[in-house]
Ligand binder design. Structure first.
Ligand code: NAP
Length: 613
């Protein structure tokens, strides 16, 4: 790896320079900041966007010209894949490689891409290095233009993958599943859709998606605002003009409010600030901002990579970021933080250290890292009052960190203000604007960068129920949390493969998780086909045992999760609510989960799984 590839130098220090002791002072400060943000409703504070009725206009697809043109279909399929994002595309590509061509990929969206179809807001980029994020890079020979490519490049790459692997022949877009029912006699799933389709499929691969259903804050009056408003995942370029690279000329002369400062807010806010007359950011919790360190791809370096590099680079990154076990050439903010923590643990004796000494070293180094990030805010943001609001007081990974070189400088513009809604939440939205801290500000546009449904059941997020063997409903079975073997198979729901965050691993590079899930699902399908099995299903005992692994894993993280500021990873502070799979169904570290699945496959006994003939 050479320096040209590493990225632009950050003008501000990106290594902690001070040592901290007095850990209890930080603990107290962080706990006080967390307590300010805890709500009694937890994840229930948000308003769902209905498919029809109230707020449904927030779910309108701005990227299609009209409703689906194709009439209702009635088809017998080998496989139906629900979801046309990376997961669905990978499933389709792998099915094709096995010569299975009688399959469909169904999605509400109008094209492939999943999250990259929906999230086309200005400034959108992936925050994981594109060389390890984009799938099939070695097969396609595609060279990402930059270290962190734009969303539009990822979306275009999805389309090129779909072309190359013939996925468009299998696509059913602008279509929502309405129900799924198992028929024991034919050993087929019947899947009905809002397009009037009926698919009878031997296998179904589906997911409820982590970032598929946008939601709105519970603030009263959202539906009374007379100006324009939309959610970032349904960006209205007809109103703003421009595209994901900017040029938002439609915002000139406009007063714009944006609610939400997560990873999306971080990317959008500098873009709005560049064009709007007035930008007001309503912030509850600031996001950690690390340097982006983007750079054009060094073609010489990229073409010098040896076969197998993609997998190796992904694995090394996971091992480094998740387990602090190895170093990774990626050397981005994720890796730098991991390395800083590894060094801190080494100082107290490394793997031989006493557990408490190790935990203290991790905690101390985390505070030092955050002191560095807070210093960085002071170095960049000139207005002290704005800078104070932008500093974070929670442990790294309580929330997903952000990466931006434009976000903090945007607050140096006089036209950009920030309203801290921590102690005085937004009271209501009126016909004309937003009321917070007793003051109404008027706006032409309100943008919701408020994220996606988290603490809901699988079926609520999916928007349909699944009727399994003998009338068993997935909504009932998963009412208090997901129950599976290894995150894929659930008893009484044969031949149904659950994908996404369903008692699997969470890892920083979600694209890697998707690849591993596809590999495992294909193995299970191969086993059914080669043995001529009618059905595949886990035993009750195996499912319970996996549930125990999950609850043991959760128990190891409970204390940590309780110290965190509320967010997606701790179910907004309500960790006893087991419906959020990111709290109750996570295998940590992720790459160990991959190894576990690989060993299970190598073992070849299909332990815990029943194939019926
Ligand atoms: P998010 O992380 O859920 O952030 C939502 C934001 O809205 C938070 O700042 C939240 O504040 C704020 N919010 C919600 N209700 C509010 C209220 N009533 N008043 C004020 N603020 C309110 O959503 P996101 O930023 O769209 O990100 C969604 C997921 O996509 C995340 O996991 C993120 O990491 C991922 N993402 C990744 C990339 C990438 O580059 N790969 C880019 C964008 C997003 P609180 O924190 O106080 O709740």
């Amino acid at each position: 790896m050479n320096d040209r590839h590493i990225g632009i130098a950050d003008p501000h220090p990106f290594v902690p320079s001070r040592k901290v002791d007095r850990l209890e002072l930080f603990r107290e400060k962080y706990a006080a900041e967390r307590d300010k943000r805890l709500t009694k409703e937890g994840a229930g504070q948000f308003q769902a966007i209905d498919f029809t009725g109230k707020f449904s206009e927030f779910d309108t697809d701005p990227h299609v010209d009209g409703p689906r043109e194709a009439g209702p279909m009635s088809l017998d399929l080998d496989v139906l894949v629900v979801g046309a994002g990376f997961m669905g595309m990978t499933a389709g590509i792998e099915l094709g490689k096995r010569g299975i061509s009688n399959y469909k990929i169904l999605d509400v969206a109008g094209d492939f891409g999943g999250t990259w179809y929906w999230n086309r807001y200005p400034g959108v980029r992936c925050d994981v290095e594109s060389y390890i994020y984009l799938p099939y890079l070695e097969e396609t020979g595609y060279v990402p233009t930059e270290r962190y490519v734009r969303g539009s490049e990822i979306f275009a790459y999805c389309q090129s993958l779909a072309q190359k692997y013939g996925l468009y022949d299998h696509a059913v877009f602008q279509t929502r599943v309405t129900e799924m029912e198992w028929d024991e006699d034919s050993a087929r799933w019947t899947v009905r859709t809002d397009g009037g389709d009926e698919f009878r499929a031997r296998f179904v691969a589906t997911q409820s998606g982590l970032f598929m259903r946008p939601h709105l804050p519970g603030t009263p009056g959202i539906d009374t605002f007379k100006g324009h408003s939309f959610h970032t995942s349904r960006w209205d370029y007809d109103y703003t003009g421009g595209d994901d690279s900017g040029n938002l000329d439609g915002l000139r002369g406009k007063k714009v409010a944006i609610i939400g400062t997560g990873a999306t807010g971080l990317q959008v806010i500098p873009q709005i600030a560049e064009y709007a007359d007035e930008t007001v950011v309503y912030q509850r919790t600031p996001t950690q901002v690390m340097p982006r360190q983007n750079a054009a791809t060094d073609i010489e370096w990229f073409t010098s990579l040896k076969p197998g590099w993609h997998r190796e680079r992904r694995e090394a990154f996971d091992k480094c970021v998740q387990d602090r076990a190895t170093l990774s050439e990626v050397d981005d903010g994720w890796v730098k933080f991991a390395k800083y923590q590894m060094d801190a643990v080494s100082e107290v004796g490394g793997a031989n250290a006493d557990l408490q000494a190790m935990m203290d070293a991790l905690e101390r180094s985390d505070y030092e890292w955050n002191e560095m990030l807070r210093d960085r805010v002071d170095a960049v943001v000139e207005d002290e009052s704005k800078a104070a609001k932008l500093k974070t007081y929670y442990r790294t990974m309580c929330k997903r960190p952000g990466f931006s070189d434009e976000y903090l400088p945007a607050f140096n513009k006089d036209s950009v203000d920030i309203v801290d809604t921590t102690s005085t939440p937004i009271e209501r939205i009126t016909e004309n604007g937003i009321v917070a801290d007793g003051q109404e500000r008027e706006f032409d546009l309100i943008i919701y960068a408020t994220g996606f449904q988290g603490g809901r059941t699988w079926t609520e997020k999916a928007g349909y129920d699944v009727l399994g063997r003998e009338g068993n409903r997935l909504s009932k079975k998963f009412a208090d949390g997901i129950s599976t073997l290894h995150g894929f198979l659930s008893k009484d729901f044969p031949n149904l493969f659950l994908l996404g965050f369903t008692q699997t691993a969470t890892i920083t590079n979600i694209a890697h998780l998707i690849d591993e899930q596809a590999t495992h699902m294909m193995y299970l399908i191969d086993q059914c086909i080669s043995s001529g099995a009618r059905t595949i299903e886990p035993t009750a005992e195996a499912e319970q045992a996996w549930g125990k692994v999950m609850s043991d894993q959760t128990a190891t993280r409970t204390d940590w999760l309780l110290t965190c500021t509320p967010g997606l990873y701790n179910n907004e502070g309500k960790i006893a609510d087991t419906r959020n799979p990111l709290v109750s169904g996570v295998y940590v570290p992720g790459y160990q989960y991959f190894e576990l699945l690989e060993n299970w496959r190598k073992d070849g006994k299909l332990e815990g799984v029943v194939l019926s003939h």
